[in-house]
Design a protein around this ligand. Structure first.
Ligand code: DPP
Ligand code: ZN
Length: 894
């Protein structure tokens, strides 16, 4: 298929004012009557009406109640129903379309599908056209009335967007429900659900004094796992009112969980549909990170009610308008829920870690695209970490430049201007700037917006020079950005650099500096780069300071700076900015890793030096530090992150080096790990709050290390204690951590533990996912993971049709286990080819994600590179690829 370009945007030729949908729900053949009021858009030249449709059977078309002529156009993007002979002029007319579809056979999980005998929909981005013929584009916003009819016993619960206005019984054991959504919306926010579900209900009164009904619908056995989601929803509602003055605009707000879902969740107006993974959580079945995932995703989808639903996107190129902003909002929400500043810092570090380990590689690979892309073939491929996480960083920089209050004012202006509209990223940035006319952002807006237009991760190079005579320190900052597909040359970005100076003894030094030989003295802890290079001269310094730059990760850039080990150790021990403390440890570990990876010969047993080991010991022992922070500092950079720093990647060498580093830390700090674990043993009753979760995370890391240290000596004490913890744990976090410590160390107790774990949770799909995932992502030893994965593919619990299950096994192996996947015999890649092709025939969206596992093949060393190219070419040779997979593969080979 050919690409769609942002520059080609045209307003729709018709507007749809109202949509009345009537469904006769039947898994094999659902009948849909779609009655619309349309009129021509007087602002564009008169033309035929072209309605999108996919996998529909068309029965009848009526215009103003009369039969009419129509034709079908089949393009490379699917079908369009074309109506040429419509009434002249711009009077409204009625269009009725009768179609049927087959939800039971819908394995793509787009449009109307069946999961466990329940009907669900997923319409973003282009799923509504699989339900009826429509102008399936986000700038066509209409009022919806929906009538659902279905068998009463099989489908007692009938839900759609908005308010329930009527329900009753019909003949033949059927019943109906009629829903009216009072808000205009684009088709991608339409939803329906029908099935046997039960709800946790909560009535609340908002600050504004309005009453609302909150409902979370799940299958009967899951009701006891919905408390955390409900609390998260209530917190979200309160937070959006308090922080941004945004209130819930519906009498009723519903969340429904399904175990078959391509994404995490979907923000349909008033009727959010969620992957069970982000709704269900109980102490027995969910880990702390599952709990926090539920909190963020419930928040995220709720916040979309304003940033996405009330104000939506003009076209899909603007996706980050709602996603970047809403990720930023859910990040802020989770941070604001933290009682302690240290927990906020931990959340920030975790978010940055995702950005750097997933988005930075995307920005450096064949799928690199700007936050606001210029072209796409399949929009589903652009629900990416760039649109979401980098988009959130762009919004965060705006907040940094205008301040927290200024940003809230900007949001208010954005809604004043655009409520009820479909708008662009430009409109958003303009509102934030206009609300803050005195700000840097307002002064620099056109340049700032390069963050939307230019792909690639900018690099900031920093170099310092101390002049003892003048007691001054000169810091030069320069920026560059590598070429990306279709963008060979980049213009300078606006880069806010939060900075400080730290003395060798750890004291914070006063900031007095001049910029670019200017006259005026600055003292701000935020310096904004606008040019290719800047020179800052700091005055009044009695000794050479250690610069602490990009504090809190104030911009999504790579900071190149040549610190000495001593400087990094100073920052690690003393920086008042927790992010840069963590970053100092990462830089030190990375330095050791890279040295060992690029050295000749066998990987030495001692990759780390004594100073680093002692610094880690000091962190582990430091009573003033939170456990969560310690766990982050003591976790080595991932293999993927190490690989990103290298021009040529040998995944086996990286794995060997990182494993050596892990073992070294495990052995050298053994008594400290034991102390850390013992300190955690009496933790009190379970609560998923960040402080307790941090204690469990550190205890889990300690167990991993104690088992690693035990393995070479054959010591059985720690594996035995770990198995005991696994059996006795009163919560999933401790249990899963103990299990994964045994599995990760390859101890013989892992086998009985895995069996026991499976038997305990046979009926808990989300826990069985963990069971698969843990095995598929375990450290590879002599190529043992691929045979295990192949064997697990045959397990009766495995199903490639269920996206969560496929992710827990196939993706966990191909994307989450570099050393297991990148095999010198190419067998990992051959498996990948098979799975991409098999998956593509079932669910192209999910297949296209898997297809990206070899995005970075061009960096691979021999023999991996040639083997990977051959594997990708084999996928490319298939004649039946979806547009989704074809786009990813074509870009990879370009
Ligand atoms: N459901 C996805 C999200 O909320 C797409 N909108 O990000
Ligand atoms: Zn979203």
């Amino acid at each position: 298929a050919t690409a769609i370009h942002r520059a080609d945007y045209q307003a729709p030729a018709y507007w749809i004012a109202t949509v009345e949908l009537c469904f006769d729900l039947d898994p094999a053949k659902t009948r849909v009557l779609n009655r619309m009021q349309l009129r021509r858009n007087p602002d564009v030249p008169a033309q035929a009406l072209r309605l999108d449709g996919e996998e529909l059977n068309l029965a009848r078309v009526l215009v103003n109640g009369q039969g009419t002529s129509f034709r079908m156009d089949t393009t490379e993007r699917g079908q369009q129903l074309v109506l040429e002979n419509l009434p002249e002029g711009d009077e409204p007319f009625t269009l009725e379309i009768f179609t049927t579809c087959c939800p039971a056979k819908n394995t793509k999980l787009m449009g109307l599908f069946v999961s466990q005998d329940t009907f669900f929909t997923q319409c973003e981005a282009e799923g509504f056209r699989r339900i009826t013929y429509f102008l399936d584009r986000p700038d066509v916003m209409a009022l919806y009335t929906v009538t659902l009819r279905a068998d009463r016993d099989k489908y007692p619960v009938l839900l759609s967007n908005g308010n329930l206005v009527e329900e009753g019984t019909l003949d033949d054991g059927r019943h109906f429900a009629k829903w009216v959504d009072p808000f205009k919306k684009p088709a991608y926010l339409f939803a329906l659900v029908a099935g046997k579900l039960v709800a946790r209900e909560q009535r609340i009164r908002s600050r504004a004094g309005n009453d609302h009904l909150l409902q979370i619908f799940v299958r009967r056995g899951d009701l006891d796992k919905t408390e955390h989601a409900m609390l998260s929803l209530m917190h979200s509602i309160a937070w959006d009112e308090a922080r941004f003055g945004l209130t819930l605009d519906l009498e009723r707000f519903m969340i429904v969980a399904t175990s078959d879902f391509n994404m995490g969740a979907m923000e349909n107006k008033g009727l959010n549909i969620f992957n069970t993974k982000y709704v269900l959580a109980s102490q027995a079945t969910a880990t702390d990170s599952d709990f926090s995932g539920v909190e963020s995703v419930v928040g995220h989808e709720y916040f979309h009610n304003w940033t996405g639903d009330r104000v939506t996107c003009r076209d899909w190129f603007q996706l980050s308008l709602k996603e970047g902003l809403t990720v930023f909002r859910d990040q802020e929400f989770s941070m604001d829920l933290c009682a302690e500043a240290s927990a906020r810092a931990v959340k920030r570090i975790e978010d940055v870690r995702v950005l750097r380990t997933v988005q930075f590689p995307e920005d450096a690979g064949p799928m690199a695209h700007p936050v606001r892309p210029d072209a796409y073939i399949e929009i589903s491929n652009f629900y990416t970490v760039t649109i979401y996480e980098k988009g959130a960083e762009v919004v965060r920089m705006m907040q940094t430049l205008v301040g927290r209050d200024g940003f809230a004012k900007g949001m208010t202006l954005y809604f004043e201007r655009h409520d009820g509209q479909a708008v662009t990223c430009d409109d958003f940035a303009q509102a934030i700037a206009d609300a803050n006319p005195q700000s840097h952002l307002a002064a620099l807006l056109p340049q700032f917006k390069r963050w939307y237009a230019q792909a690639g991760t900018p690099r900031v190079h920093a170099a310092g020079h101390y002049d003892a005579e003048n007691r001054s320190y000169t810091l030069t900052l320069s920026q560059s950005c590598p070429p990306t597909p279709d963008q060979p040359v980049k213009e300078p970005f606006v880069i806010p650099v939060a900075l400080g100076l730290v003395a060798a003894n750890g004291a914070a030094l006063p900031l007095q500096y001049t910029v670019d030989s200017g006259e005026t003295n600055a003292s701000e802890a935020l310096f904004t780069m606008t040019q290719a290079g800047h020179t800052l001269v700091f005055h009044g310094l009695d000794a050479e300071p250690v610069p602490s730059l990009l504090r809190g990760f104030s911009a999504p850039v790579i900071l190149d700076i040549e610190y000495s080990d001593a400087q990094l150790l100073t920052l690690l021990a003393h920086d008042s900015d927790p992010f840069n403390r963590w970053e100092a440890a990462q830089r030190l570990a990375l330095r050791h890793a890279l040295n060992a990876v690029s050295a000749e010969g066998d990987v030495p047993a001692q990759v780390l030096d004594g100073a680093f080991v002692e610094a880690m010991r000091a962190i582990l022992r430091e009573p003033a530090l939170d456990a969560a922070f310690k766990e982050l500092v003591l976790t080595l950079p991932s293999e993927g992150y190490i690989a990103e720093q290298l021009a040529v990647v040998d995944p086996q060498r990286i794995h060997a080096v990182r494993e050596a580093m892990r073992l070294q830390l495990a052995v050298a700090l053994q008594p400290d790990w034991a102390a850390a674990w013992e300190a955690s043993e009496h933790n009190g009753s379970y609560s998923p709050d960040p402080l307790s979760a941090g204690r469990r995370a550190l205890a889990g890391l300690a167990l991993v290390n104690l088992n690693l240290a035990a393995a070479p000596t054959g010591d059985t004490v720690w594996p035995g204690r770990t198995y005991q913890r696994f059996k006795d744990a009163d919560n999933m976090t401790d249990r899963a951590n103990a299990l994964s410590a045994l599995v990760g160390a390859g101890h013989e107790l892992a086998k009985p533990a895995l069996e026991r774990f499976h038997a305990l949770f046979t009926d808990e799909a989300l826990v069985i996912d963990k069971w698969f995932q843990m095995q598929a992502s375990a450290p590879d030893r002599g190529g043992d993971i691929l045979p295990l994965v192949k064997q697990l593919m045959k397990h009766p619990d495995f199903s490639i049709q269920n996206p969560n299950r496929a992710r827990s096994l196939v993706f966990a192996y191909c994307n989450g286990n570099p050393a297991g996947f990148h095999r010198a015999d190419g067998a990992g890649y051959a498996f990948w080819v098979e799975q991409v092709l098999a998956m593509d025939a079932i669910n192209p969206q999910v297949a296209a994600r898997l297809a990206r596992a070899l995005d970075r093949w061009k960096k691979l060393a021999a023999p991996y590179q040639a083997l990977a190219r051959e594997a990708i070419s084999r996928v490319a040779a298939s004649t039946s690829l979806s547009n989704d997979v074809r786009e990813v593969i074509t870009r990879a080979l370009a």
